[in-house]
Design a binder for this molecule. Structure first.
Ligand SMILES: [Zn+2]
Ligand SMILES: [Zn+2]
Length: 423
């Protein structure tokens, strides 16, 4: 018998953390919302008893709780791909993140981050490995560079943990393919369900509308702020925008610069490194705060972190330009409740340095998601034919909608937070 406990990511997006047989963890993330960050249910187990952690990818909703777990005694191998290690290092050491940590968790420090990074054991895709009573293999999940689904075998049961997946090929990643080839019979598939209840708009159409919105803004004499996530989204936008022959300069600011350099240092980990290299001949890095002030006096396109306008240089850009109705703020992804991105969309408002600003800029949101849409998820699940499907990493409605859409011969479960499933 194998027990699987959901310490997070149950009927929610965020804080993915799944405990297997009380001694293995699949991911250890945080949930970022308007109020700050929430941790998985770490009082439900003893981190000192954990024998291995398997990380699907570097996003903080899958890795952000690791330093706190180390503070509480976690001391074991953390298996991940090389790119996941490199990007996790950047994200955990990010100054905004550290600031948030010291505000909410004075208990642990940068030393815990250093320890976590030293525990990371690099694995390659498709490498069959074993530790103790568990065998495992990482498979390319197509979500961001280095992202993985993990196939585990323990106590005679085969478990597939998808992590976050994308079946579509983007400018940076090849879509996941393994579901077309995998021959093993899967006992339990733990599947992300972010878009379990909806499909994406067609990517090409989204791009056309996005570029048109930029052109309209430039024509009116306005400036364009593009808040973006630093991993993968920013680099895709850099490539896309560099190819449009805009008449104004394009800039990249924030942590996305470091991530871009990291992708280029491991050029075989991304789909098209020459396109990214080429794009950087057109897109310029913003070098300092003063540089930021200077460039915003002229027309330009400013691609900058963070994607939900929760921190980072995007706050400076909005501070400088919020009163200008000709300026556009074009959001490029999901906006969590309570974050500035959502406030901008719903109330034309943003809180910066504790002050609520009434933002006069034009605001629009575009769906550049890196997650499989509903149809793709159903296709992947149908191809793999697991005996049981557990839907997680999605709002309650999304998880339930996905579970409902699956052929009846597959038993589906939508776990609640803290629930233990035995197989
Ligand atoms: Zn992710
Ligand atoms: Zn995620």
């Amino acid at each position: 018998m194998v027990s699987i406990q959901f310490l997070g990511s149950a009927e929610e997006v965020g804080r993915s953390c799944i405990l297997v047989n009380d001694k293995y963890l699949l991911d250890a993330g945080i949930k970022i919302s308007g109020e700050g960050q929430e941790y998985p249910l770490i009082n439900q187990f003893d981190p000192r008893q954990i024998q291995a952690v398997f990380l699907s990818h570097a996003h903080l909703d899958h890795t952000g709780a690791l330093p706190l777990l180390n503070y509480n005694g976690l001391n074991c191998s953390i298996y991940c791909t090389k790119m996941t290690k490199k990007i996790t290092k950047i994200l955990l050491n990010d100054s905004i993140h550290i600031e948030m940590l010291s505000a909410t968790d004075p208990a642990y420090s940068e030393e815990n981050i250093t320890k976590i990074l030293s525990f990371m054991t690099i694995v390659d895709y498709k490498q069959q490995l074993k530790q103790g009573d568990i065998s495992f293999k990482f498979l390319d999940a197509g979500h961001i560079p280095g992202s993985s689904s993990i196939l585990l075998e323990i106590d005679g049961k085969i478990i597939l943990y998808t992590g976050d997946i994308n079946t579509l090929t983007t400018r940076l990643t090849n879509g996941m393919q393994f579901h077309k080839q995998l021959k093993q019979k899967i006992d339990v598939m733990i599947c992300e369900s972010t878009y379990g209840d909806r499909d994406h708009s067609v990517r090409a159409e989204t791009e056309t509308k996005f570029i048109q919105a930029i052109k309209n803004t430039i024509k009116k004499g306005g400036k364009v702020i593009v808040p973006t996530f630093s991993v993968a989204r920013a680099q895709e936008l850099v490539i896309l925008l560099s190819q449009q022959n805009f008449t104004v300069p394009i800039y990249l600011d924030g942590m996305a610069k470091k991530v871009t350099d990291t992708f280029l240092s491991e050029s075989n980990s991304i789909n098209n490194s020459s396109a990214l290299r080429q794009a950087l001949k057109i897109v310029q890095y913003v070098k300092s705060y003063q540089h930021r002030i200077d460039i915003t006096k002229e027309q330009g396109i400013f691609i900058t972190t963070s994607g939900m306008v929760a921190g980072g240089p995007v706050l400076d850009y909005i501070k400088f330009l919020y009163n200008d109705p000709k300026t556009a703020i074009l959001l490029t992804g999901y906006q969590a409740e309570g974050c500035n991105g959502r406030l901008l969309l719903e109330q034309q408002k943003a809180f910066i340095d504790g002050i609520g600003l009434s933002v006069k800029c034009y605001i629009e949101q575009f769906d550049f998601s890196a997650h499989a849409g509903r149809k793709d998820l159903i296709q992947v699940i149908t191809a793999l034919q697991p005996k049981k499907l557990i839907c997680n990493h999605g709002d309650k409605e999304s998880c339930l909608a996905l579970a409902k859409a699956i052929p009846k011969n597959i038993k589906t479960i939508v776990p609640e937070l803290g629930e233990i499933i035995e197989i």
